[in-house]
Ligand binder design. Structure first.
Ligand code: 5GP
Length: 189
């Protein structure tokens, strides 16, 4: 995606060889024109696949997921980062290791919003090692729903989440692929 790649190169900052900061248009301030294009791009990749829900994690996944859900004409479901509520039968729960914060967090989904009838598209901002993606897949599996595919705004190909997901046969679409952040230089594929 041209606008996305231009923005990454002009406004993105490689903090080190692992982390790309894109606070001015994705993670802190949000560019609505770019997000609308991102939603259209994911909808084009996955249209005709019977998607009934777009699922994301709060908070940076919400903008691209909402735009994708709007373009597909289906609801968006936000997985919540909140501590477990013991003996709560109404929730599916899993634990994720955070890439940027190096801690674990609980992810929860109300049983009301995803069921066995659903065909789910997962949308998130970044794909790095795939921990967040695996946690979301776990919740979708617990709900008995079908995973149709996953869309990421930015995939860092030198971390191997994308490779592992594709090897499992999951349809993964990333709108920008970063091959390296070595020497704080952003190399887009
Ligand atoms: P993973 O679970 O795939 O290792 O990491 C994905 C999650 O970590 C994303 O949802 C995103 O919030 C965060 N993340 C991973 N790498 C980066 C990065 O380079 N920059 C930013 N801003 N967030 C990242």
């Amino acid at each position: 995606m041209k606008l996305l790649e231009e923005k990454i190169l002009s406004e993105g900052k490689a903090l080190n060889k692992d982390i790309l900061k894109v606070d001015s248009f994705i993670n802190h301030q949000v560019d609505p024109v770019l997000m609308a294009q991102i939603g259209e791009a994911f909808a084009a990749h996955f249209k005709g696949r019977g998607i009934t829900k777009v699922v994301t994690i709060e908070s940076s996944g919400i903008a691209p997921a909402l735009m994708t859900a709007s373009a597909l004409g289906v609801p968006m479901v936000i997985l919540k980062k909140q501590p477990s509520q013991i003996l709560n039968d109404n929730l599916y729960q899993t634990v994720i290791t955070s890439f940027t914060k190096e801690t674990n967090y609980e992810l929860t989904l109300s049983k009301k919003y995803i069921s066995e009838e659903d065909h789910v598209l997962i949308v998130d901002d970044f794909l790095a090692n795939g921990n967040a993606a695996n946690g979301i897949i776990d919740l979708i599996d617990q709900a008995g729903a079908q995973l149709v595919g996953m869309g990421f705004i930015i995939e860092k190909a030198f971390q191997h989440g994308g490779e592992v997901l594709r090897e499992r046969g999951i349809h993964v679409e990333s709108l920008a692929i970063i091959d390296s952040l070595d020497n704080c230089q952003i190399k887009i594929r």
